[in-house]
Design a binder for this molecule. Structure first.
Ligand SMILES: [Zn+2]
Length: 98
């Protein structure tokens, strides 16, 4: 077993929800993975560089929340229904033409 040198924990970007706790492992490409604590309470294992770059800002809860806050939260289903209705109507038209 090779002894690991002391690995410095990555510094997350300011709006990150993750706090690196400890080094977890290195993958085949020698990329470092860290155990991170998300502000929601979840613990995830995350690639060090993506914590620093801001590619990974949360355990996934941030993406869920921003999706929930997107512009058409309630209308989306309605719009889908309308589009499906139009498509269905077209199919019927084509059916009658044949
Ligand atoms: Zn989270």
């Amino acid at each position: 077993m090779k002894s690991e040198k002391t690995i410095v924990l990555p510094t997350p970007i300011t709006d990150s929800r993750l706090t690196p706790i400890k080094f977890h492992h290195r993958d085949k490409r020698y990329r470092k993975y860290f155990v991170c604590q998300c502000s929601c309470g979840k613990t995830i294992i995350c690639h060090g560089a993506s914590i620093v770059s801001g590619n990974t800002k949360s355990c996934g809860c941030l993406a869920k929340e921003s999706r929930a806050n997107s512009r058409l939260p309630n209308n989306k289903g309605v719009i889908t229904q309308i589009i499906l209705g139009i498509k269905r109507a077209r199919k019927i038209e084509i059916y009658h033409m044949i």
